[in-house]
Design a protein around this ligand. Structure first.
Ligand code: NA7
Length: 544
């Protein structure tokens, strides 16, 4: 296809946005509205990012639809009708497509093209961006809206090439994947595995779930949205959105400010039951100290562990499904519908691959260290992502002096506010490491970052500034603040993708800012009020 046909007619733009997920779409809309020329490059063939790719059966958001949606357009949030408390992947994708149509975004997006290189041209003060189709685009500003959970982590098993069945990853699920009546295996029991397992069990002839680490999962209590509730939320949307923006977690669900240790057992269990019935993440807010105090955390964990034991008929299977060795919430908590009860079905088996690790694939299936061969037609890898940095560093991004982002972050990602990194002028990492991102509602996080970047670009236009980047000192100081915020929580105690533990060789650094969404927003606002404190404008101005 020629450039014209693919829509790549202009090769010089003010802003190049990589990714047409919800961050990239809003960046396009917002920045075009401010008069900047913007082009978006997207490797998929449609909008929606995470919700375009993750098409596995049962894929569903674990944040409520009424919160996990754009707030920038009052009309959009009034018009769009969410049907369920937790939106399914098809519903999220339909929403993305509606937004793209409504704001006429597609003419400015080139689909089916992956950005492979981005080099900062120090003389020109601009970015030269290359794609897998051989395109070269010059942009003054580069916005990486590539997602925080989009670079798949795909294990390579010995003997994989011999396997005669099919291997698919949940994060790029092919729509022609056959399941019905087949012998299916799932590796991975994080959010994706826990969502896909009950759905595969409905259709597979036999299902083996290969579990290395059991995770805590809270029942979703999903339900259709009642019209009266919908009307009420829509009537109060501005107030509710503002409340979420200023909250700790990016949600309007209140945290009970009592300590779990300050009440007796009966009262404590009553509270836990109440929150359990509410469903989802609200459980972690049962008490103020569940995510911070080891003892309070243990009490909450024990309550959930008993729920697992009650749901699973076979005591040995139940004990295997009970998480061990990490505080509840220190790895991303899962939200499920019927996950544990799935193991009561006669054709579903839990295989403990911590005790007997996977040694490889054979022609017919998967082999474990105890010598057992598990025959499979389909192997589903629900093995997660190189979170928060993978989608940035898989592009060959080169800043000043040709230093790559991968080299710069070799000992751990360093940014100022998660927005920029020193040595890479005019490059913005939406919901990048060092911002709350995955610890809050991604829509809220993305809108804040896009609005902040847009304000900065307008400021630069008004000042006549050409480049912006943070100082190394500011970045070091912020990295320290991110680390200290994490240390005040129980998060660092777990091996999780929050600390990069799921990717071999990735430095152990707690990646998101855990100090609270509202506080983070105030810090970003204060930086602006102080005249963009610790951002340097035009440091490299060699061409006037
Ligand atoms: P996660 O949460 O990273 O889960 C990946 C799972 O895959 C986890 O259980 C891993 O076990 C397991 N895994 C990965 N590699 C292997 C190998 N080689 N052998 C056995 N098991 C393996 O990814 P998800 O996609 O479920 O969720 C990511 C986020 O997306 C989620 O938190 C939501 O925010 C949305 P391990 O824990 O490493 O022992």
């Amino acid at each position: 296809m020629g450039d014209e046909a693919r829509g790549l007619s202009e090769d010089v733009v003010d802003v190049l946005v990589v990714g047409a997920g919800f961050g990239g779409m809003y960046a396009l809309h917002k920045l075009r509205g401010l008069g900047f020329s913007v082009r978006v490059l997207e490797r998929g063939h449609g909008v929606g990012g995470t919700w375009y790719w993750n098409r596995y059966p049962g894929a569903r958001c674990d944040i409520e639809s009424l919160e996990y949606s754009y707030s920038f357009s009052a009309e959009l949030q009034q018009d769009w009708e969410w049907t369920q408390r937790y939106p399914t992947q098809p519903e999220m994708r339909a929403y993305a497509e509606h937004v793209a149509d409504r704001f006429d975004l597609c003419p400015h997006i080139t689909f089916g093209v992956a950005v492979t290189t981005a080099a900062y041209d120090e003389d020109g003060g601009c970015w030269r961006v290359g794609t897998d189709a051989g395109d070269l685009i010059t942009a003054r500003f580069l916005v990486l809206a590539t997602g925080v959970l989009s670079a798949a982590s795909v294990p390579q098993f010995p003997g994989q090439e011999r396997f005669r069945g099919r291997i698919v990853h949940t994060g790029s699920w092919p729509e022609d994947t056959e399941v019905d009546g087949l012998r299916v295996g799932v590796v991975g029991t994080g959010s994706s595995g826990i969502q896909v397992v009950p759905h595969l069990a409905e259709r597979a002839g036999h299902l083996s779930v290969f579990q290395r680490t059991a995770n805590y999962s809270i029942s979703a209590a999903n339900q259709p949205l009642a019209p009266a509730y919908l009307r009420d939320v829509k009537a109060r949307y501005p107030e509710l959105r503002e409340q979420a923006r200023r909250s700790f977690t990016g949600s309007t669900v209140p945290i009970n400010r009592q300590s779990a240790l300050a009440v007796d057992e009966e009262e404590r269990n009553r509270r836990f039951e109440e929150r359990w019935a509410l469903g989802g993440f609200a459980f972690l807010g049962s008490f103020d100290d569940v995510t911070r105090d080891p003892e309070a955390n243990r009490l909450a964990a024990r309550f959930v562990e008993d729920k697992i034991r009650a749901a699973v008929d076979d005591p040995a299977t139940a004990e295997l499904l009970v998480p061990a060795g990490h505080p509840i919430g220190s790895r991303r908590i899962c939200v499920d519908t019927g996950y544990h009860a799935t193991f009561n079905l006669p054709h579903v088996r839990l295989v403990d691959v911590r005790r007997a690790p996977i040694t490889g694939l054979t022609e017919a299936g998967l082999r474990t260290a105890d010598g057992e061969e598990h025959p499979l037609h389909l192997l589903v890898l629900a093995t997660g992502f190189d979170a928060m940095t993978g989608s940035f560093v898989r592009i060959d991004v080169r800043g000043r002096g040709g230093v790559t982002l991968r080299e710069k972050w070799a000992d751990g990602a360093r940014t100022y506010l998660g927005l920029q990194t020193a040595g890479f002028p005019n490059l913005f990492t939406l919901t990048g490491p060092g911002s709350p991102a995955v610890l809050c509602n991604m829509f809220l996080a993305l809108e804040q970052h896009v609005d902040w970047v847009a304000d900065l670009l307008v400021e630069m236009r008004e000042r006549g500034a050409r480049t912006v980047e943070p100082t190394v000192d500011a970045e070091q100081d912020w990295s320290g603040q991110v680390a200290r915020a994490a240390e005040r929580t129980l998060y660092p105690q777990a091996d999780s993708w929050y600390v990069g533990a799921n990717v071999p060789g990735k430095p152990r650094v707690f990646l998101p800012y855990a100090g609270g969404v509202g506080k983070y927003r105030r810090i970003c606002e204060q930086v602006v009020a102080d005249g963009y404190r610790a951002f340097v404008f035009d440091a490299d101005l060699t061409v006037v």
